[in-house]
Design a protein around this ligand. Structure first.
Ligand SMILES: CC(C)(COP(=O)(O)OP(=O)(O)OC[C@H]1O[C@@H](n2cnc3c(N)ncnc32)[C@H](O)[C@@H]1OP(=O)(O)O)[C@@H](O)C(=O)NCCC(=O)NCCS
Length: 199
């Protein structure tokens, strides 16, 4: 085959084959997850390794959530009858960890970067006689959580917001916020219409 033609044709073909691979793997994993009691809207999409899931509670996965684990396994842990709901068409990247000891909800079309951690509990007591903090977490719709940010117990992040790389989010922010830093602060505003979806 002519070299130029080869360069033009092969990448789209490879792209198509990889898409089918992700879809087929996702179908198989969806069946296995249903056996474990996970509610899967239709199917998930899997690139690389399957996520490590402890569904010791109520786990709902919306339509066609994409999990990418080429390096660093994604961990999804639901303990002691807690709830975790992840919305349709969310994208979850390498090494993320989402832990629900009570109630975590992630809206549709969220983009979750490498090694992001979302947790609704502190695991340990701070002082003698106190209890570890457990409080529900809500991530709105079309939210982008950039690489290595940390979402802590009790946080709500409004629709369309962006959480900057490495942010440690300790309190809630309204829709269309751009936040960053440790502790995270408002650093800007997202300009968008209500039905816009980030790519
Ligand atoms: C959040 C982000 C998208 C914002 O980008 P931006 O709108 O171009 O922001 P700017 O660079 O104009 O910075 C605006 C202000 O916020 C600060 N800021 C930006 N990102 C920050 C972050 N992650 N943490 C803390 N402060 C941050 C800047 O220092 C600047 O402050 P100043 O006005 O006092 O100088 C970007 O900083 C980021 O996190 N990028 C990484 C994305 C990523 O992880 N991609 C991988 C795939 S998920």
């Amino acid at each position: 085959m002519d070299k130029v033609l080869h360069r033009v044709i092969v990448p789209p073909m490879r792209h198509k084959i990889e898409r089918y691979q992700r879809a087929i793997k996702g179908l198989v994993v969806s069946v296995l997850l249903r056996f474990k009691g996970v509610k899967v809207a239709d199917r998930v999409v899997i690139e690389g390794r399957s996520p490590f899931i402890v569904p010791d509670g109520d786990l709902y996965l919306g339509s066609r959530i994409s999990f990418r684990s080429l390096y660093g396994t994604i961990r999804i842990i639901i303990r002691g009858g807690a709830r975790l709901s992840i919305g349709a068409r969310c994208f979850i990247n390498n090494g993320c960890s989402i832990e629900s000891f009570s109630d975590v909800e992630i809206g549709d079309h969220c983009l979750i970067g490498d090694s992001v951690q979302i947790m609704d509990n502190n695991y340990h007591q701070i002082s003698e006689g106190s209890l570890p903090r457990v409080a529900r977490v809500r991530i709105g719709r079309n939210v982008w959580l950039a690489n290595r940010c940390l979402i802590l117990a009790g946080v709500e992040i409004g629709d369309h917001s962006v959480v900057g790389a490495g942010a440690v989010v300790t309190k809630s922010f309204p829709p269309r916020s751009i936040i960053g830093g440790n502790p995270a602060r408002l650093i800007g505003q997202v300009q968008c219409s209500d039905d816009w979806i980030r790519r």
